[in-house]
Ligand binder design. Structure first.
Ligand code: AMP
Length: 416
């Protein structure tokens, strides 16, 4: 692998998160975020080593945001022209049925991502804006798109198909795509190495529990089930999203509660989940409320854990034999109570948590099951930025585009 760095960009509707990653050592050389783009007050936070820069200023649009990021790199370091930027890796939420792997960006790829926008109206247009702006400002570096859906592109049809009229489904792209794929892919691969096993031989359930949450079943390195569907709304209970719900609830609310489709979209995506049940979407705050005897918070935690346990049971049936059950992301890595409640009583299914090993936050990969447990229970910190950086580099190397190591180097023909 080449020496150098990859700039990873995650462009949202009003924010741009970024990280300059050393893809070999795995270190974040610098990271930051531009927030409240297009609002009256914007901000940029940039961290590089011990240096932290915060700027509060209006940021008109994504182009201004990306210019502010590049200016901050110049002021606070590291200097991008000497940091050997080999590629820019863009996180894209929805790759539809088109993208099964990361892709080198050209005009056609951008147009295809745009065409998928009806499936991800909040995310893909923002991703496209970020890609356009970054290509303009860093024209001499190859840009690569890495899709949240790609790892699940090959789901068995039995898992990806909704049981609705097949012509309607085909015409409108209604199927299960899955999300958080970069994390599920990275964690399931890494865990095999951590356990000293070949990924081809390992059956794994990954629980990615962050503010968004999803579960996957991975057989021999290939995803065979996942909890998110056509959009990231399906599946587990999340910070602000309902997860699984009877679709008829939507008709009921539209007919009887006077809610519009957009209103219900907002309700299920932003005012549901833990937030909707307890007024608190952060597990830390939820545990505090539970400790104070708050009954709503207790019910929210019960619903959250109940759903998780249903998925662990279901995916145990899907896989037949489970070698590893893996907890990752903000809640999975830090919340020993959720891990304990998830595994409690699942000994007959082969999951035996060790309470002492489980205790506390895990910054490093850690086995938290007893030796006798049929499945090894592991906490494995995810690192989506590193995964994107490595995939971006693989794509550019395969295309013979690396080696310049500078955004001032000559343009790679056709990919500027
Ligand atoms: P993520 O989306 O992966 O960044 O995860 C964010 C979520 O992780 C937060 O909303 C919290 O619910 C959870 N979280 C972070 N730190 C802790 C902690 N120390 N204990 C429990 N939950 C945590």
């Amino acid at each position: 692998m080449s020496q150098g760095t990859v700039l990873v960009v995650n462009s949202g509707s009003s924010s741009i998160k970024y990280q300059l990653v050393d893809p070999v050592g795995g270190r974040a050389v610098a990271s930051g975020v531009v927030e409240r783009i297009g609002e009256e007050t914007g901000s940029l936070t940039h961290t590089s080593g011990d240096t932290k820069v915060t700027r509060d200023e209006p940021i008109a649009d994504h182009a201004a945001g990306m210019r502010a990021i590049l200016a901050t790199f110049e002021e606070a370091g590291p200097d991008l022209s000497s940091a050997g930027v080999l590629a820019v890796g863009h996180r894209v939420v929805h790759g539809g049925s088109v993208f099964s792997t990361p892709a080198l960006v050209d005009d056609d790829v951008v147009a295809q991502i745009e065409a998928i926008s009806p499936l991800a109206p909040l995310h893909n247009p923002a991703n496209v804006t970020g890609i356009r702006v970054a290509r303009e400002l860093l024209p001499h570096v190859p840009h690569v798109v890495v899709f949240d859906t790609a790892f699940f592109h090959g789901l068995p049809e039995a898992a990806s198909t909704y049981a609705i009229d097949r012509d309607v489904a085909r015409e409108h792209g209604v199927r299960r795509y899955g999300f958080h794929g970069t994390s599920h892919h990275y964690v399931s691969q890494q865990v095999a190495g951590f356990l000293g096993r070949r990924v081809e031989d390992l059956n794994t359930i990954v629980l990615h529990l962050g503010n968004g949450a999803s579960a996957s079943a991975v057989r021999g390195g290939k995803a065979v089930e996942t909890s998110m569907g056509m959009t990231p709304l399906e599946g587990l209970v999340m910070g602000t999203r309902s997860g699984d719900i009877d679709p008829a609830v939507i008709f009921h609310l539209q007919r009887n509660a006077g809610l519009s489709v957009d209103g219900i979209d907002d309700l299920l995506n932003r005012r549901s989940g833990l937030k909707g049940l307890a007024g608190e979407n952060d597990l830390r705050g939820l545990h505090d409320l539970v400790a104070q005897g708050d009954a709503d918070a207790q019910l929210a935690l019960d619903v959250y854990v109940h759903r998780l346990r249903k998925y662990v049971g279901a995916y145990t049936a899907v896989l037949g034999r489970v070698d590893a059950l893996v907890f990752t992301a903000g809640v999975g890595e830090n919340d020993d109570i959720v891990r304990e409640l998830t595994c409690a009583g699942l000994e007959p299914l082969g999951y035996e948590l060790d309470p002492a090993l489980n205790e506390g936050r895990k910054k490093q990969p850690t086995v938290v099951s007893r030796d006798v447990s049929r499945a090894t229970i592991v906490v494995y910190p995810t690192n989506e930025e590193l995964a994107i950086a490595r995939q971006a580099l693989e794509v550019t190397e395969a295309a013979g585009l690396t080696g310049e190591g500078s955004d001032e180097a000559p343009a790679a023909t056709g990919h500027a």
